[in-house]
Design a protein around this ligand. Structure first.
Ligand code: PEP
Length: 254
């Protein structure tokens, strides 16, 4: 049985005071639950050290929202995997839809970031998902397949063991409209079958596939009840400790 994994993506929210308060509140409310569930929170880069400190000795891990693939040098504004490791990050979100569609990241760049993150010992949360017009055109499977294949290109099964895939239909992110449990399950199963074809059946049975897109306390239980939904990547609801804890609880009680 795959252990559920819940990530909180704070995006470009909080400030130095509220980030620490939110992290402390998440520790207090979710603290007893790790064991049954893996939990990570991903604050903005600049608040990572303060949030790390607030997480203290809890089992909640620290993640970044992005990373660059080069290890050092003239890349103004970028952050390396080694820098993230240096300040205690364990997880890193790569290929989030906002990076793909607002900031123009390509599958090729995402592939380089995944390879660099794994080689540095980080655990990537690799995001994929179709746009609304792509779903309407019946292209969901094609788009998601392509993103998974291109993103994981050249990544061996040993290396891919570090990866969690997050299926995040773009039309569901921040819109309040979540994919139905059936829609999520259908794509998650397709991804798992693809992983079996790309690697092997054993590994396909082990890899965790999170769902992301308007996950809230009132839809988490029915989504996590799906056979191939192994947790969530949570945006908006991760900014409220009570909501995030309720989502974690739904996963723990699965
Ligand atoms: C996300 O940012 O990955 C996300 C799923 O956001 P939201 O939960 O707000 O839809």
């Amino acid at each position: 049985m795959r252990k559920p994994f819940i990530g909180g993506n704070w995006k470009m929210n909080t400030d130095s005071k509220s980030a620490v308060e939110l992290a402390k509140s998440v520790v207090q409310k979710c603290g007893p639950m790790p064991g049954k569930v893996d939990i990570c929170i991903c604050p903005p880069f600049v608040y990572l050290p303060a949030v790390k400190n607030a997480l203290g000795s809890s089992n909640i891990s620290l993640g970044a929202q992005d990373v660059y693939f080069e290890s050092k040098g003239a890349f103004t504004g970028e952050i390396s995997c080694q820098m993230l490791k240096d300040i205690g990050c364990k997880d890193v979100i790569i290929g989030h839809s906002e990076r793909r569609h607002v900031l123009g990241e390509t599958d090729e760049l995402i592939n380089k970031k995944l390879l660099a993150a794994i080689d540095a010992g980080l655990l990537p949360i690799f995001c994929v998902g179709e746009l609304l017009e792509q779903r309407k055109a019946g292209k969901t499977e094609q788009i998601v397949k392509e993103q998974v294949q291109k993103g994981l290109k050249g990544i061996t099964v040993e290396k891919a063991k570090a990866v969690t895939i997050a299926y995040e239909p773009v039309w569901a992110i921040g819109t309040g409209i979540n994919a139905s449990p059936q829609q999520a399950q259908e794509v998650h199963l397709m991804i798992r079958q693809l992983i079996a074809a790309m690697y092997n059946k054993d590994f396909a049975g082990q890899i965790r596939i999170q769902y992301g897109g308007s996950v809230k306390p009132d839809n988490a239980a029915e989504l996590i009840a799906q056979a191939d939904v192994d947790g969530f990547l949570v945006g908006g609801a991760s900014l409220k400790a009570d909501d995030f804890a309720a989502i974690v609880k739904a996963a723990a009680e699965r």
